[in-house]
Design a protein around this ligand. Structure first.
Ligand code: NAI
Ligand code: UGA
Length: 482
């Protein structure tokens, strides 16, 4: 029986391993983590992450061939294949701070593997890492290996949160990079055999190590670049009277461009796009390619611009001040169907409004009150470090300005404005007449996700701002918004 151990029971490690266990009944899978609470949750009825379909998969395999444990060393020692799926956040201090990937967690996992191994193993990079990381990991493993043989593979993950199970069941591709030696090719084959139990062969791509590592960073950069491109267009649409929905539809109809990832928004969020592009920028700079670095940096700059533009639009529309005004924030997660708030644009928008002394009433169906307060107190780049590993953040001086409530109606009651930050389905079907009746007048809606029907809301009486759509007369003569 093949034994797999995955270090890191997070958004990637948990769902990925659960699906491997489901699809490969003859493989034994142990997912290990140093975070005891997280492991306890994986072993309970309330899993530590919200992901449609995940509960069902875990229930089918847990205790049979899927185990969650804090006995990291024991399971690593027993495994034939060790996946490393720990976090690789942006460095907050020292060389490359604010850009380079922080490989502290990766390196300590690699050293531990070297220390506890008594038999040869395949070590799989599942985390997103800078190109050439495998070389460093190889050095750590081989210098400590007491003659034990390690083969390193790069097998980056392409799942998106909210659709993780669907993406894992039916991936566009599985990418496996390895050494071009006979041993490297054998290792590739061993991992390929696992995926081939449910993924068609022509979707399993094999490459050299560096291509696999770089393809992951490139794929995220290309995806984020599409969003920044359409968001840049959204600003021009607002200035000219074009409608970004019509423009992206027309552009996406070109089969060379395609329709996906062209939804204008308040900005992209999530734990990876920004971090991976910053990492790419850093690698380009380190390789003497400043023009290439500058090119990719623009994707982040436009994303920041889009979030700033949104805040400025809110403030400018409401007579250039939101001081002491209640603003309802609907949605806090970085996208629908997840409770994940890492790098969510809602954080930047809320901080912007708080900076203008607004009073915020926040509702999200999946994000806890505690999480929202933590997020608004954390400094940039601290968010992706596991809480148990990061320094205690100072308590938020803005806590008094923020209340977290249990539904959208309560959030909007008595508010001057309402901002939609996440495209949760339930925000499409709210009783907006009821909301209007309970708000201050004039009542504003700022739709950061283009989910509401602006015309219907205008008929009710709202002043509506939708990203990239023709502006209400009220908003047209406002001061510059960038
Ligand atoms: N979140 C996502 O949708 C995707 C993430 N990725 C990449 O996958 C990697 C992991 O991301 P997430 O799962 O989101 O992170 P996460 O923060 O949810 O999970 C990482 C886990 O690793 C654990 N950990 C850290 N050091 C450890 C050690 N030495 N021993 C045992 N456990 C340790 C942490 O306690 C944490 O629970 C990152 O490199 C990310 O860029 C790739 C594709 C999608
Ligand atoms: O490496 C990763 O972590 C993952 O990053 C993204 O997945 P994820 O961040 O979970 O979610 P996305 O669906 O890509 O959305 C990212 C952000 O972009 C925004 N977005 C997405 C699409 C769009 O058209 N417009 C737009 O604003 C979303 O609202 C969200 O805030 C990629 O889609 C995955 O392939 C990748 O594995």
């Amino acid at each position: 029986m093949v034994k797999i151990c995955c270090i890191g029971a997070g958004y990637v490690g948990g769902p990925t391993m659960a699906v491997i266990a489901l699809k490969c009944p003859s493989v034994q899978v142990a997912v290990v983590d140093i975070a005891q609470k997280r492991i306890e949750a994986w072993n309970s009825d309330k899993l530590p992450i919200y992901e449609p379909g995940l509960d069902d998969v875990v229930k089918q395999c847990r205790g049979k061939n899927l185990f969650f444990s804090t006995e990291v060393e024991k399971h690593v020692a027993e495994a034939d294949i060790v996946f490393v799926s720990v976090n690789t956040p942006t460095k907050t201090t020292g060389l490359g701070a604010g850009k380079a990937a922080d490989l502290t967690y990766w390196e300590s996992a690699a050293r531990m593997i070297a220390d506890v191994s008594k038999s040869s193993k395949i070590v799989v990079e599942k985390s997103t890492v800078p190109v050439k990381t495998a070389e460093a990991i190889e050095k750590i493993l081989t210098h400590n290996s007491k003659g034990i043989k390690f083969q390193i593979l790069s097998n980056p993950e392409f799942l998106a949160e909210g659709t993780a199970i669907q993406d894992l069941f039916n991936p566009d591709r599985v990418l496996i990079g390895g050494r071009e030696t006979p041993e490297g090719q054998d290792a590739i084959k061993a991992l390929k055999d696992v995926y081939a139990q449910w993924v068609p062969e022509d979707r399993i791509l094999t490459t050299n190590l560096w291509s696999a590592e770089l393809s992951k960073l490139a794929a995220n950069a290309f995806l984020a670049q599409r969003i920044s491109s359409v968001n840049a267009m959204s600003a021009l649409c607002e200035a000219t009277g074009a409608n970004v929905i019509e423009v992206s539809y027309a552009v996406g109809k070109d089969t060379r461009i395609g329709p996906k990832f062209l939804n204008a928004s308040v900005g992209f969020g999530g734990s990876c796009f920004q971090k991976d592009i910053l990492n790419l920028v850093y690698i380009c700079e380190c390789n003497g390619l400043p023009e290439v670095a500058e090119y990719w940096k623009q994707v982040i700059k436009i994303n920041d611009y889009q979030k700033n533009r949104f805040v400025n639009r809110v403030v400018a529309s409401m007579f250039n001040t939101v001081a002491k005004k209640k603003i309802a924030i609907l949605g806090f997660a970085f996208k629908k169907d997840t409770g994940d708030t890492r790098e969510t644009p809602a954080i930047d928008v809320c901080k912007g409004l708080l900076g203008d002394k607004a009073e915020l009433s926040i509702y999200d169906p999946q994000v806890t009150e505690d999480q929202i307060h933590k997020d608004l107190a954390l400094s940039k780049f601290d968010w992706d470090h596991p809480l148990h590993l990061q320094p205690m953040s100072a308590s938020s001086s803005t806590e008094k300005q923020v209340t977290v409530v249990g539904d959208a109606y309560e959030a909007a009651k008595g508010a001057h404005g309402l901002c939609i930050m996440t495209e949760w389905d339930e925000f499409k079907t709210l009783d907006y007449k009821k909301i209007f009746d309970n708000m201050q007048k004039p009542a504003f809606i700022f739709d950061g996700r283009n989910v509401v029907n602006a015309d219907e809301l205008r008929e009710i009486g709202f002043i509506v701002f939708s990203i990239g759509k023709p502006l209400d007369a009220w908003l047209k003569d406002m001061p510059a918004v960038a």
